[in-house]
Design a protein around this ligand. Structure first.
Ligand SMILES: C=C(O[C@H]1C=CC=C(C(=O)O)[C@@H]1O)C(=O)O
Ligand SMILES: [Mg+2]
Length: 470
């Protein structure tokens, strides 16, 4: 259990009072955010234990090194990203407005602690989310009611409250007290999933290959150079899927990846992605160029041979280079200095190897992590080249709803830090059904069958997390 003490004779009460007075004066809602250092607790168990109180409104994040883990429960303030056009700027502006008047109380734990904005955007704001993704819209962002961050082994808990004009401070204090009493703590037992797979449905594989072929023709006949095409696979179980055990498996099996989940009502989007879109730490920016793929070998020697083959393969190198050029160009406009290695290296994940170029830069102080997302998304690892034309081609020809697949998902804090990954190697859980997504970079010389096989490999991390035998 996480136990926090409560008293009305504290600074925290004075600060809550100050937040209410501000709300009265400005006639608008004011965020009150209280952060305390707590005993070491795994945010994944806080997430699990939060199920009873906050089911359908949970967020989880673990960075690729595992030294930063964040769980968010409930929604204190929701930000609507559902406006067309400049949705990323809308979210950035709203977050800034909230922080401008927020009252922060308690301790400051630095990067990824204190009040956080959690969530993700959809891939393409111009496709109206329908059946599958209707609960996520063009994006879903919120400041959680509770968040727990483990950063380099230290754990911080934050409680957020939205104070409105006319609120009774005593009642708010009671609410704060109530929240403190009910903080989900350590977990006794990890939930075990009992659901069994009853059906595995590939969505129209032959038609998908024909779409790849059409993309190839289209690129041969026009100035389009790259189109990333995705396909879906559906798993049906005999009982509602336990997303928590899927999370547990992802964490065990996909070391070196970003593990994420974002719930919306009864649905849960989750995955283990190798691809960082941006990390912002103060003025430092980090991004990842990741494109070009090959399977893992059965032993060390064959694995190395495959990695070397990938490094030398002209199609994969070009597929990768498009991403490097685009990220470089986008970040050059935001950065005072930028370092981009000349040659990619190989990133090895459990099921797949990729060409990988890490990018690092220093940006101006007023650049927000959302400005970076606005410039970068979608990179040619997910969209294509040129971006606008490729996205239109995808919108008109790819026969699936991407929703938040291949899109930025992550967090921003109040101190100018934030991190977003691209939601690939992912699935959307809806009751007994999970829809898995996998895409690949199609170029003029793509062979549909080979791209099909590549996407089959990219399904593996999620299949394995769902307990499906490979
Ligand atoms: C679009 C996906 O992967 C991208 C990231 C790495 C390698 C890719 C590739 O080689 O095609 C893709 O661009 C996906 O996994 O769904
Ligand atoms: Mg590829």
């Amino acid at each position: 259990m996480i136990v926090l003490t409560v008293s009305y004779e504290t600074e925290e009460y004075d600060e809550l009072l100050a937040a209410v007075q501000k709300a009265n004066k400005l006639r608008r809602n004011i965020l009150f955010s209280l952060t305390e250092r707590v005993g070491r607790t795994d945010p994944l168990s806080f997430y699990y234990r939060g199920q009873a109180q906050f089911s359908g409104a949970r967020f989880f994040w673990q960075n690729e090194t595992g030294n930063q883990i964040i769980a968010g429960l409930g929604q204190a303030v929701k930000i609507d990203a559902d406006k067309e056009g400049s949705r990323v700027k809308n979210v950035r502006n709203r977050w800034r407005e909230i922080l401008d008047t927020a009252v922060l109380s308690g301790v400051s734990g630095g990067e990824g602690t204190g009040p956080l904005l959690l969530g993700g955007f959809s891939f393409d704001p111009k496709t109206k989310p329908s059946g599958l993704w209707h609960r996520f819209g063009a994006g879903l962002f919120y400041i959680p009611a509770l968040s727990l961050t483990d950063f380099h082994g230290q754990t911080y808990l934050t409680i957020n409250l939205a104070c409105s004009a006319g609120d009774d401070p005593e009642k708010l204090m009671d609410r704060l007290q109530e929240m403190k009493k009910n903080i989900p703590g350590k977990l006794g037992t990890i939930p075990i999933s009992r659901e069994r797979l009853i059906e595995k449905k590939e969505k129209e594989p032959d038609e998908w290959k024909r779409t790849v072929q059409r993309a190839v023709y289209r690129m041969t006949a026009s100035d389009l150079d790259k189109i990333v095409l995705a396909r879906a696979l559906e798993l049906v179980f005999d009982d509602p899927i336990n997303s928590e055990s899927v999370m547990g498996r992802l964490r065990e099996q996909q070391k070196g990846n970003f593990i994420f989940s974002l719930e919306s009502s009864g649905d849960c989007f989750l995955g283990a992605t190798p691809e960082r879109l941006v990390r912002k730490r103060g003025n430092e920016l980090f991004s990842t160029c990741l494109a070009g793929s090959i399977i893992r070998g059965k032993d060390e020697a064959s694995d190395k041979l495959l990695g070397d083959e990938l490094l030398k393969d002209p199609k994969n190198r070009l597929e990768h280079q498009y991403v490097v050029s685009a990220i470089k160009e986008a970040l050059e406009r935001l950065c005072k200095s930028l370092s981009v290695p000349d040659e990619p290296i190989v990133m090895k994940n459990k099921h797949i190897q990729h060409l990988y170029t890490p990018v690092q830069g220093t940006c101006d102080p007023d650049v927000s992590v959302f400005d970076v997302i606005d410039r970068l998304h979608p990179t040619p690892a997910l969209g294509g080249v040129p971006t606008d034309k490729a996205v239109i081609w995808i919108r008109e020809n790819e026969k699936l709803e991407r929703g938040l697949y291949a899109s930025p998902i992550g967090w921003a804090d109040a101190f100018g830090n934030g991190e977003f990954a691209v939601g690939i190697r992912s699935a959307l859980i809806h009751g007994k059904k999970a829809t898995l997504f996998a895409g690949c970079g199609v170029l003029q010389d793509s062979i549909p069958e080979k791209e099909y096989e590549e996407t089959a490999v990219k399904f593996r991390p999620m299949l394995s997390a769902f307990g499906v035998k490979l």
